[in-house]
Write a protein that binds this ligand. Sequence first.
Ligand SMILES: Cc1ncc(C[n+]2csc(CCOP(=O)(O)OP(=O)(O)O)c2C)c(N)n1
Length: 1018
Amino acid sequence: MPARRHIIRAAKSAQRHMANGLDVNVNGSATSRKPGEAPALVPSNGMAIAAGADGAADDQLTGFALANLPFVEDLYFQFLEDPASVDPTWRRTFQALNGGNGAGASALVPPTAFKRSIFGGTGVSPHASVGVTGNRISVRLLSERVQRLVEGYRELGHLTANLDPLGLVRRKLPPIALEDFGLVDEDLDLVFSSENVAGPDRTTLRELVELLRETYSRTIGVELAHLHDVELRSWLQNRMESTRNRLPLTRADRVRILDQVIGAEVLEQFLQNKFLGYKRFSLEGAESLIPMLERLIERAARSNVVEIVIGMAHRGRLNVLANVLHKPASEIFAEFQDKVDPNDPSSGGDVKYHLGFSIDRTFGNVGNVGNVGGTASDPGTHPVHVSLAFNPSHLEWVNTVVQGRVRAKQDRVADSARTRCLPLLIHGDAAFAGQGIIAEGLNMSELDGYRVGGTVHIIVNNQVGFTTSPRDAKSTTYATDVARMLQIPIFHVNGEDPEAVSQVVDLAIDFRQRFHRDAIIELWCYRKLGHNEGDEPSYTQPVMYRTIAAKPSIRMAYLAYDAANPTPGGEPKITVEETDQIAASKRHELEAQLDIATKAKSPPRPSTFAGAWSRIKGGPDSQVPEVPTAATPAEIQEVTRAISTMPSDFHVHPKLKAVVVDGRAAMGAGEKPIDWGMGEALAFGTLLAEGTRVRLSGQDSRRGTFSHRHSVLLDYNDGHEYTPLAHIREKQGMFEVRDSPLSEASVLGFDYGYSLDMPDGLTIWEAQFGDFVNAAQVIIDQFLCSSEAKWHRVSGLVMLLPHGMEGQGPEHSNARLDRFLNLCVNDNMQVCNLTTPAQYFHALRRQVLRPYRKPLIIMSPKSLLRSPAATSPLADFTGGSFRHIIPDTEPGRDPKKIKRVVLCTGKVYYDLVANREERGYDDVAIVRVEQLYPLRKDDLLEILSVYAEGTPVVWVQEEPKNMGAWAYMNRELQGLLAGSFHWSCVSRPLSASPATGSMKRHAHEQARIMADAFGKGL
Ligand SMILES: Cc1ncc(C[n+]2csc(CCOP(=O)(O)OP(=O)(O)O)c2C)c(N)n1
């Protein structure tokens, strides 16, 4: 679309949406006018604003700025020539100007030489004597146009920048032209004030245009139009304009960059030659990523970052591992050679391009291999630990896991500014545009509970996703457009311009360190080969691949760049021979590494349980003993006092006082049985008192979906917050409870990541209702249940999933216990469905106090939260421990008289007990399985052994037969019980939907379950 039309469209759209961030700089400074006062034209902030007597004039003309004005001008001229030719609304607007006389000589913006200056005089030939005559008023209007041109470059320049190394992408705008802004070539040598552009205060239009073009329309495109934070915008503009968006590189810099590009290229070629036919997801076409990462890490280290966690997908990962993480190439080759022992179940956990690695790098005067020396301005040394996170194939799902890890690292070292540890995420263009978890993650970036001081994102835009072209992959201009929802800059850079690439890296890091927000870099490049090396890309992108085939490599492109752009010091050009030598020596080194790999017996395992994890174990449950989890009476008292004593100036909500203050005080004193909310508060409180950090996040978790928690209280008078559990004692663990954004996937990923780097803490994610957990299924499947098997990484995350058939319909009933049990194997998780607050208390404490970390999935209660039956005596907190299975040991229930044993888990236990009592079925024993996985089968057999052989043992569950624990329990117990007990199931019938939407039908189904459970029929 021609620029002019684009601008007109922008103006029109501004008319409709006064806040269209891309195209329009909305000017909110409308002139105030008393009611009834005649409209007048006034100059304002570089534009003319009409303030009309009738609303139409106000509406039409206020809010226009910069690029929109020419549109209005055109229209106004049309109006002057023939009022009937313009839309009636505009006609009214123009007529209303200047007290109904139209904008003429008496308007506050006086006549100028510009025919096209609508609110000035008319009929004067355009450009005659403007500026040249020094006409003060004309110059001012001309200056306004120049200012609009400046803003035009700032806002639209990126659409004209040369970003695509293939030259195939048609940009949205042709180059910005003077005439788009009412300027002509004759104006080029006029001198204007350029105060609001970095550099001299006055400059010719020619120089100004050159500066703007170089800054905004060369090989960097920067999106700023969506930034309404003036400070951010000014800082960015100043940094970019003062450097013309370019980082001049010395010869040594260029050689180093070339060395890195060649390292990337040679590795890919070496792998191609030695391991033909193996997938490696080559980086070729995007080798600039390696110098980019190198610069980024160095820049970050020099800006006080001491730890970087990288998350990235498959593309180029082997290259990043070898050339940035410095993973020995021999280890990578050994993985290609696949020398695992197939009988070792812990080997070969994941494919080589998903594995993580970490390294300590130091920048400064240390001369380490691959490191850079000190600089005159920064002679110190800068150590930084860099890790690449393990990740699954699911693109983009590692992102919030990385951010959660970083948050935990920051919390562990009390990095409250969150500047010392940096998350760096590398994305593909198709994945960034397509995966919804991107938007979720971006949305979390500014939230107190989830901020990490800014993530640097690099989108490797190779212009294709597998075989899919961008036009089929995104509806947006850029793959990055979703990020425009944040007040952050988005840099697009041509990967064949090393100075531009270096510049955006510095800008991104400096922006992040200064403003503590995300920064986005889109690296435009291409993919030399198919999606993997076996794919033929020209089947689907014939034109693109013809262009790619004819293209010199990135190395050659950089050499050409060096040849065409003298260094600041005018040093000699880099020669092809120099680069050939670098390549030859790298090849030689790789040969040596291959030799090492070939001679090695098996590839080394990833390191596990190092550092903060050293006292902790994973592996089999049976190898780690249980630990005492009861609290002392003094601890209970201390926590009770803290949660039931409010500061003198705090006004508790009157309705809450009785429940959470007085009620909890009575419970802690043993005067009332302890309910679920208090049981949880005691678990948190006693752990906090012992120094454990407790983090709980989830939707509405501070109050609790079911209004049972109230962990953060709000003053009834002024709304200020008080968190009682943060006030137990002076030196205690940090208590953090967060209402999360309305996301399951990204938040669960974040908290899972947090748990990975907070081994000594209690980290809990809570679902609003357990039913919604499937919105985060990828995190469960790809990380939670399988990370130990794939990557030797364990997590102690607790998931609270409200579960229970209570007649609330298909989506508020069922956390799909069956799914979790289906994923359980090799002690990878713990799954519980608890029946008492004391059990919950011990389970939470056990999760921290036992030096064993596995995810703990708890089917948590809803109605039981308030059930007087589901309470525990104080003694169960100061004594006892977690019970995997609770036998029926009610006094007076003689095992010899038992005719039927009911096995169950969770809430249905209370329904069964109530029914048994009501109907007097005294010959039925009810046994609760509190921890379903790992299942203590021996304990269960021992419990059952007191009953007569042949006694029916019935598994009773509320869920449909294809859900709940039946399939799992049947699989585990059928063989064990066969011959001794008659084993069967009572449940709701098989069902596609988890629960009925009818309360009546629910009640009917529930009554049938109870009748069948006791073998009586309805
Ligand atoms: C969630 C998910 N869906 C589908 C895939 C299969 N897949 C692997 S790579 C790929 C294309 C990715 O394109 P892009 O993000 O542009 O990265 P590139 O491979 O081009 O570097 C697809 C669809 C996947 N890995 N993850």
